[in-house]
Design a protein around this ligand. Structure first.
Ligand code: SF4
Length: 216
């Protein structure tokens, strides 16, 4: 019985991923839909050649699909401020390097059914790199990020702040309430919200929609 239910759920998620990819194509994105994280990784590896420089900002999804290891294996030069080996004095340069790489490989906090991509940042580094950069932009987005509309998307980006803050050992009011209270905490992680309505002018932007849950 569970197998039947799982198969039906996977099929339904695949349909959602395909519908969003189609909406993104209509907006000018290079968008594809795939069923699994392994297929998502294969798409990423098709797009990024050996030896390229790749910026990977804060994203769980990109790490979940195994892209970091595979890109490193093929000799890509990866900039990532999540690396445990970074000294505090190197951090600003690495944030800069991420956004100036040949490829910026990232995910989204939410995406609407009609293809609006939402992200929120505390530092603003990710959203600035998504809004402007000379490199190719690649999003990998799990179907769990799909929301009906912008209002639901904004609620989702704040909800995603809770596991993200836990990951960072932060201390924000939503960790006590379980929901966003639009706080004034100095530790607030929700400070810069970017809604991409279309790819920014002249920027090659790929979106890989994945018919399974990735990131949070
Ligand atoms: S309570 Fe503050 S940190 Fe938490 S989701 Fe809301 S605005 Fe973001």
């Amino acid at each position: 019985m569970n197998d039947v239910l799982n198969a039906a759920r996977r099929k339904a998620e695949g349909i959602v991923a395909q519908a969003v990819a189609k909406a993104l194509q209509a907006k000018g994105y290079e968008a594809v839909a795939v069923g699994t994280k392994e297929e998502a990784l294969a798409e990423v590896l098709k797009l990024i050649p050996a030896g390229a420089s790749v910026g990977v900002p804060g994203t769980v999804t990109v790490r979940e699909i195994g892209a970091m290891e595979k890109l490193a294996e093929r000799g890509c030069r990866i900039s990532q401020h999540w690396s445990p080996n970074i000294k505090p004095e190197e951090r600003m340069q690495i944030l800069d390097d991420e956004n100036h790489a040949d490829y910026l490989l990232t995910s989204a906090n939410a995406i609407t059914r009609d293809g609006k991509i939402l992200n929120i940042d505390g530092n603003g580094n990710r959203v600035s790199g998504m809004a402007w950069g000379r490199g190719t932009l690649i999003f990998v987005i799990g179907v769990n990020k799909v929301v009906p509309d912008l209002e639901a998307g904004i609620a989702r980006v704040h909800a995603a702040s809770i596991p993200n803050t836990l990951r960072l050992n932060g201390n924000t009011p939503c960790l006590q309430t379980g929901h966003c209270v639009d706080c004034d905490s100095p530790a607030r992680t929700c400070r810069a919200l970017l809604i991409l309505e279309r790819p920014t002018m002249g920027r090659k932007t790929h979106v890989i929609m994945v018919g399974e849950d990735l990131g949070y």
